[in-house]
Design a protein around this ligand. Structure first.
Ligand code: COI
Length: 353
């Protein structure tokens, strides 16, 4: 299908790259296409960034039938545009869509559409240290219908946002609060899908973490409240006695692209990662016996976010003296180096637009 391109006549002022926040400003254009049962995905188009008009009965508003993705583009010194493993994101979008009964998209075709959008808004890709262009693809159910059933129509969209660090702390260590009341996701639920409700259902726990003076929530499994699952909206890694551990994909943990890349990177450094169950008790004991070397969250938005403190049942413990550890530092530098085209890319992870 032919991509239609309508360019903006008015260009917005670009934000100051030195004071960029996360996800607050958007570029001049957006991508949109529609789905109907008769025509499948159709009418792909790039249009000036603009508000949507939807019927108030559109199903997205009522039953939350929606999925999203997050990935980043970087602009190199020689003006190339690089994406990081975009195939992984669009395959995961289809897995999320399957869980939410949303029709799938063609990852290769969508990467082509995204590439055209990026070329058009190239000047919006910031190059200042620590910045990038965050890409947010998403799908919403648009049929006006209050029946509790999958929508017959959808919109797929991509919007672009120049961003700085996800956390105001940057790559400085954050404190975490072990949540023992709310859960992020349960077995058989939607935890492995990138869908809106997983995120909004976490706000109450985040409020508790904040009230306890900590930046993020450490999530435990829903049935036993015993095993570690994720931290905030990220996957999590621990280094205990030289063993690098990340919770095994349990059926309620999001399959992070950064998580997967870190495991592959560490394997290539002969530092295998144990993907296994890790209980909060094992972590607390390791802290007590001074065997917990490092802990960090991993995700597209923050890349690596070191954990410097853990709060559990009213007791605070420091991790690695609240410093960023050598493993987190090396992983951050290698990953962002590959993403920005500043380091060799032995795995062919970067995709040039
Ligand atoms: C990530 O990229 O780590 C996230 O999941 C955060 C995003 C939802 C803003």
């Amino acid at each position: 299908q032919n991509l239609e391109i309508m360019t903006a006549t008015h260009h917005k002022t670009k934000p100051d790259p030195e004071t960029l926040e996360f996800g607050k400003t958007f570029t001049d254009h957006m991508f949109i296409m529609d789905y109907s049962i008769d025509h499948g995905w159709h009418s792909p188009r790039i249009i000036p960034y603009q508000p949507l008009t939807l019927d108030p009965a559109a199903m997205i508003y009522h039953y939350g039938q929606t999925v999203f993705e997050g990935l980043k583009a970087y602009r190199t010194d020689d003006e190339r545009i690089l994406l990081f493993r975009p195939d992984q994101n669009f395959k995961r979008l289809n897995r999320s869509s399957d869980r939410l009964s949303i029709p799938d998209i063609d990852p290769e075709l969508v990467i082509e559409y995204l590439s055209e959008l990026l070329k058009l808004d190239k000047e919006w890709i910031p190059t200042y240290e620590g910045t990038s262009l965050y890409i947010r693809p998403f799908i919403i159910a648009t049929e006006p219908n209050l029946s509790v059933a999958p929508s017959a129509t959808y919109k797929f969209m991509i919007i672009l946002s120049p961003v700085g660090s996800y956390y105001k702390e940057g790559i400085a260590p954050v404190g975490i609060y072990v949540e023992d009341e709310y859960t992020r996701a349960a077995l058989g639920g939607t935890g492995t899908a990138k869908t809106a409700g997983n995120y909004s259902a976490a706000y109450k726990a985040q409020d508790k973490a904040t009230a306890h003076g900590q930046a993020q929530v450490l999530w435990l499994d829903s049935s036993e409240k015993k095993y570690i699952e994720e931290v905030g909206s990220m996957n999590v890694f621990f280094k205990i006695d030289g063993e690098i551990i990340t919770p095994a994909l349990s059926g309620s943990i999001l399959e992070g692209v950064t998580r997967k890349s870190i495991i592959e990177l560490l394997n290539s450094w002969d530092m295998p990662v144990s993907e296994r169950k890790l209980s909060i008790d094992e972590v607390l004991l390791a802290i007590e016996e001074n065997r917990l070397e490092e802990a960090f969250g991993t995700g597209t938005a923050a890349v690596i976010s070191p954990i410097g403190e853990l709060s559990w049942k009213g007791k605070q413990s420091l991790i690695n003296n609240r410093e960023t550890g050598p493993l987190a530092t090396k992983l951050y530098e290698t990953l962002t180096g590959i993403q920005k085209g500043k380091q060799p890319d032995p795995f062919n992870w970067t995709h040039e637009v």
